[in-house]
Design a binder for this molecule. Structure first.
Ligand code: SAM
Length: 263
């Protein structure tokens, strides 16, 4: 089965297990905060918690959450506001659903690493066309070295089940070159990787493996094998215990902040 099959997420369960993402919302917003009347696109919006928070930050603007996963969008539909909407589209061509140049800001949280690097030129091109001249694209996603302990577990389970190991998380230099070729202006610290310790209890880590990380394996397996693969991954939770006795995990984020040039 092809490795590029869409990952599928259980929207409501994902929302419950995404506290580790929400714990770094303020870190993400500290780099760029939407203005009151901005039009903002949240690309790969998932179950919509962060998108709804963006809508509160831009009460006179327009916030559009974009995702390809029906279960995530159905969870996102719990949030409603006059300036908030959700659109189902793939990241590689979401611009077809929006007016060209409509966005002051495109943000994206923990989405890029779910696509192969070969798709990044299409994603960045769609972002570029959606931004107004002078608009910003801010994204954080897994970068080289992300969740190193978990990567070793993926490799072991993939090998034992005749699956390919997941594509490594991309390095900043490769992504920098693709953004540059797309035409973005890149400030001095515009593409960087940042390491973060994210706190987890054992139960929270097992939930994250079940609802999110397991898609790395199940997306390329026969659907009839999915449940067994998820349980095998969750069964590896204790392999991720740190020497300090906690289940905290070291995330490495590829943090992108680039701008569409002014005409
Ligand atoms: C880990 S979730 C992050 C969700 C949300 N941004 C957050 O902060 O909680 C990754 C999201 O990216 C979406 N995604 C992955 N690949 C995508 C693609 N090619 N096009 C659109 N959405 C995609 C998934 O459906 C999922 O909702």
């Amino acid at each position: 089965m092809a490795d590029d099959r869409r990952p599928r997420f259980p929207g409501l369960e994902y929302a419950e297990a995404a506290a580790h993402h929400r714990a770094v919302d303020d870190w993400f917003l500290a780099r760029v905060r939407p203005e009151d009347a901005d039009t903002v696109v949240d690309l790969g919006c998932g179950s919509g918690e962060f998108t709804a928070a963006l809508a509160e930050l831009a009460p006179r603007g327009r916030v559009i959450g974009v995702d390809q996963d029906p279960s995530m969008l159905s969870a996102a539909d719990r949030y409603s506001a006059p300036n908030l909407e959700f659109v189902r589209a793939p990241a590689t061509e979401f611009d077809r659903c929006l007016e060209a140049g409509v966005a002051d800001l495109v943000v994206s949280r923990s989405m890029l690493h779910w696509l192969p690097v070969a798709d990044y030129p299409a994603v960045f091109g769609a972002v570029y066309r959606t931004l107004r001249p002078g608009g910003w694209y801010h994204s954080e996603s897994g970068g080289a070295g992300n969740l190193a302990g978990l990567a070793a577990v993926f490799e072991r389970i993939a090998a034992a089940n005749g699956l390919r190991p997941p594509e490594p998380y991309p390095d900043a230099g490769t992504v920098f070159d693709i953004l540059r070729a797309t035409g973005f202006d890149i400030p001095g610290d515009g593409v960087r990787t940042v390491a973060q310790l994210r706190p987890f209890t054992r139960a929270q880590l097992a939930d994250m493996l079940r609802t999110t990380a397991s898609a790395v394996l199940t997306r390329q397996a026969d659907p009839s094998d999915a449940h067994r693969l998820v349980e095998e991954l969750v069964g590896a939770t204790d392999e991720l215990l740190r020497p300090d006795g906690t289940y905290d995990q070291t995330f490495v984020r590829l943090d992108i902040l680039v701008r569409r040039p002014t005409d």
